[in-house]
Design a protein around this ligand. Structure first.
Ligand code: PEP
Length: 247
């Protein structure tokens, strides 16, 4: 049986309003090619969310946010609430991205609170974990990933984990397929056995392109991909979707 696959576009702080509309319209135009077992999720920056929400409202494309706060409302200048995200039909939220851990000093315990609040309000968290190049070279990456999982994943029914090695993001480098498979097995074993989760979906993220995705899917048993740079180009993201269609 074909397993469901998630293809998540992380646009980060990119695209002007006009470019985002052009990109989404191209994806919608080709959305007939997207097979039913594939869920295409677009995560734009906050201010684009209402516009993209309107554009995709009659399609099967889903919307996600790149962040949310762990409080429902209050004195949190510069933040945006889950209630508003849901009003604009966001169903997913990326949490714990390495860029937020680095530039916004997000800790595992903050991420845990965000995941819990998002989940309690019906948003599906896509939780990013990933090691630095130093930790990989020193063979300390599994310990580090375990710390991230231990500290940030609450007891809950199901979760989507995106393994994004920091050294791979935007660099054009990816781990070997067997390294991705190792982390996939490690994450699922840890979360099923130690945290008693019922369903774990494992995405790979970091320099995914139409050139490398076939090998990753065929050899690393992934449930989908989190895609940054390649998701900003309609032809490239549609090529990636069409490759996923076969698995
Ligand atoms: C990301 O940062 O979420 C990401 C996947 O980036 P890229 O594909 O550009 O490496």
């Amino acid at each position: 049986m074909t397993q469901n696959k998630l293809i998540v576009s992380n646009w980060k702080m990119n695209l002007k309003l006009s470019d985002s509309r052009i990109l989404v319209k191209k994806i919608i135009k080709s959305s007939k090619i997207i097979k039913p077992h594939i869920k295409k999720i677009i995560c734009p920056q906050f201010l684009l969310i209402p516009h993209i929400s309107d554009l995709i409202k009659k399609t099967k494309i889903c919307l996600g946010s790149q962040n949310c706060h762990y409080q429902e409302s209050g004195a949190f200048t510069g933040e945006s609430s889950i209630e508003l995200l849901k009003k604009f039909k966001c169903k997913y939220v990326i949490l714990g991205h390495s860029e937020r851990r680095k530039y916004n000093a997000e800790t595992n315990s903050m991420i845990l609170k965000k995941i819990q609040t998002a989940f309690n309000h019906g948003l599906k968290p896509i939780v990013c974990i990933g090691e630095t190049i130093n930790l990989r070279k020193k063979n300390k990456y599994l310990e580090f990933l375990e710390t991230q999982l231990h500290g940030s994943v609450p007891n809950m029914e199901e979760i989507i984990i995106a393994y994004e090695p920091i050294w791979s993001i935007g660099s054009g480098l990816i781990p070997s397929f067997s390294d991705i498979l190792e982390i996939n097995n490690f994450v699922k074993k840890y979360l099923y056995e130690r945290k008693q989760l019922k369903k774990v979906s494992f995405l790979y993220g970091g320099s995914v392109s139409s050139k490398n995705i076939k090998g990753i899917i065929e050899n690393s048993d992934i449930d989908g991909a989190l895609i940054g740079g390649s998701s900003l180009n309609a032809e490239e993201i549609l090529k990636i979707v069409s490759i996923f269609n076969f698995y």
